[in-house]
Design a protein around this ligand. Sequence first.
Ligand code: NAD
Ligand code: DAU
Length: 492
Amino acid sequence: MQFRDPLLETSGNIIGFYEREFFVFSNFSSFQLEWRGRLWQTSEHAYQASHFFETAPELVEKIYNAKSAHDAYKLAKENIDKAPKNWENIKVDIMEEIIRCKLEQNPYIKHKLLQTGHKLIIEDSPYDDFWGWGENRDGRNELGKIWMKIRKELTSKTILITGGAGFIGTNFIYYMLKKYPDYKIVNLDKLTYAGNLKNLELLKNNPNYTFIKGDICDEEIVKTAMTGCDWVVHFAAESHVDRSIMDPDTFIRTNILGTNVLLRIANELGIKRFHHISTDEVFGELGPIGKFTENTTYDPRSPYSSSKAASDHLVRAYFHTFGLPITISNCSNNYGPYQFPEKLIPLFATNLIEGKKVPLYGDGLNIRDWIHVDDHSNAVDTILHNGKIGETYCVGGDSEKTNLEITNLVLEYFEKGEEMIEKVPDRRGHDRRYAIDFSKIKNELGWEPKIKFEDGIKQTLQWYKDNESWWREIKSGDYQKYYEDQYINRKN
Ligand code: NAD
Ligand code: DAU
């Protein structure tokens, strides 16, 4: 029998490819399948017919000896009256299993399936209400729906996010679940002072989101959280430079030892991608010109940046030594909603709302390159889906500002004057300037920041204005003690 390739009958690449893929796939006959103890070396027609072996034993021999799978199917169809009442459901179950078996035995199709994503639901066929064979054998209908279900399962991912209750992790989880509603997210977070479950309250009824409270240094909990995941995106860290000056040990433990635990277990479990979230601070500081690139030599200068640099090295070591499929991003200063009010922008915004002064370090002329957190999430998403294994990507916002410029913007937004600035002694070892050259991710993966700083900063400041209860709760309790140690008892 001559089959026409449906590719020729459809327009548009996605549809064309999909139907061709389906067509090839559903006619792939040299596979083996075991159904209730019986081994079949034939196509789905005989397999479908095989069901009668259980319900109509007198047909067994006839069907088994049929010349072809198609004949076996015909025999079964002619005897449809002998089928059990729930035959339609059984057909669906059987076909699902067949397709899964075929996928396992045909890596090419599996690969193609993963490449193309799931963009089209097969339409009804005028020919056959279930198999959709019809005269052109352009399989559709129920079979097509099963195919779509499996395609969806295959293309969706389960991602372990570490540190998802912190600032960037929270925003990343919202970003991913909105963009990929079929993905599943497991959030492992210790809930340190910086982790806040309130951030993720909107997800409490989302079946694709799971929270696990735990420390990334705890092997058992990491194993539990990581089992069944395809990817890991590792945000969890002690992240505040000033705290690392007050207490370096916690930074060494979480950022270095914790990362090592994650890497070891990811390697044991065969995780398909380990993406490590790092910082531009690992490169040290810049003079008035030049920008960091992926080739800049590491020169970390605070306990925080040193611990992040060590973790980056460990991540690369697991790639080179053990072949763990890793990617790394080194990003500049993020701003946006849910940032803990110890960092420059949320601290200054909330202080001004509270009627307090804003503590500006040194001469206020240190420069940071600011990026909206959603642009950072978009960069990580791009790297996860299109990045090259083993590679590092620098991510920046193309928005260099002095701290004084930021301070003036915040003062202006809240209609306050310069008298609200309190010059305080400088941060020890304060890096003068950071700036990122993001040409690599732009040229190779087509990513660039989309949110203009002027728009993003207004939207962010408004968020702190609108969400007083969120930050007021944080600023009570332990935060007070930190604030006193950091600013009131400040020693340079
Ligand atoms: P954050 O401090 O707001 O959040 C950190 C999260 O990690 C918190 O939820 C905390 O509870 C969790 N955590 C800390 N120790 C843990 C442990 N031992 N086990 C499990 N969870 C733990 O930090 P952030 O600003 O969202 O930064 C996230 C990541 O991005 C960090 O790795 C940081 O180095 C990196 N980064 C941050 C920026 C920035 O501007 N904020 C820029 C570049 C890179
Ligand atoms: O560059 C990326 C890094 O950005 C991330 O790796 C860190 O996790 C993140 O905390 C951030 O580090 P910074 O030290 O740059 O951020 P911070 O908000 O603490 O400070 C920004 C600048 O503002 C810095 O030059 C110090 C200054 N500053 C900060 C605070 C908290 C002040 O002048 N006064 C302040 O009270």
